[in-house]
Ligand binder design. Structure first.
Ligand code: AMP
Length: 194
């Protein structure tokens, strides 16, 4: 069973790489962002609670996302493995995950950090915001330049804490996310093995 975490800012290519691994290896994609957007769309109690934070690019409370992830991990139990995408974003989340997995004796294999220089990210964010403006409007209410910038800020704050957390545990693998899709996929494959 392959147990992975993807850490990276919006625009780093996590989603694209996750899709590939799901297709090629049958992994389950557990994206807290997707789960929160679904909950908001369904107007569930959790969705109502999370909406303001998601719309403004802030963080949803730890206990909310931890609950969502634990549900996802239950579903992943019978699968070839999973990719946690967008979680953890705080040390509290990382510690909760670690405790949960330790209890099941199923620790993480790799934490893949999508490394990308901030200047390049800023450029990608601008392009993405422009594309969204040209389109008839985004299906994501949090996809505009200001909110994206805030989300990048949140990402930087998160990585400053999570980088050392996973480095200490020898789980952190940095991937150069400036490369094209194929090269990034190859780098991930060589990191996680066949
Ligand atoms: P994403 O699709 O991963 O960029 O997430 C979209 C939004 O969902 C974020 O900007 C946060 O508001 C919220 N969110 C997703 N994952 C988390 C998390 N692990 N902790 C807190 N908030 C989260």
């Amino acid at each position: 069973m392959t147990r992975l975490v993807f850490i990276g800012p919006p625009g780093a290519g996590k989603g694209t790489q996750a899709e590939r691994l799901i297709r090629e290896r049958g992994l389950l994609h557990i994206s807290t962002g997707d789960l929160l957007r679904d909950a908001i769309k369904a107007q569930s109690a959790l969705g109502v609670q999370a909406k303001a934070a998601v719309d403004s690019g802030g963080l949803v409370p730890d206990e909310v996302v931890i609950g969502l992830v634990e549900e996802g991990l239950e579903i992943a139990a019978g699968r070839a493995g999973y990719i946690l995408d967008g979680f953890p974003r705080t040390v509290a989340q990382a510690s909760a995950l670690e405790a949960y997995l330790a209890e099941k004796n199923l620790p993480l294999d790799h934490v893949i950090l999508f490394d990308i220089p901030l200047e390049l990210l800023e450029a990608r964010i601008k392009t993405r915001a422009e594309r969204l403006r040209e389109a008839e409007g985004s299906s994501r209410s949090d996809d505009n330049a200001d909110v994206l910038r805030r989300r990048v800020g949140e990402f930087i704050r998160a990585t400053v804490q999570l980088g050392p957390f996973y480095e200490q545990r020898r789980l952190l693998r940095r991937i150069d996310a400036r490369q094209d899709v194929e090269a990034v996929a190859a780098a991930i494959a060589s990191t996680i093995g066949a």
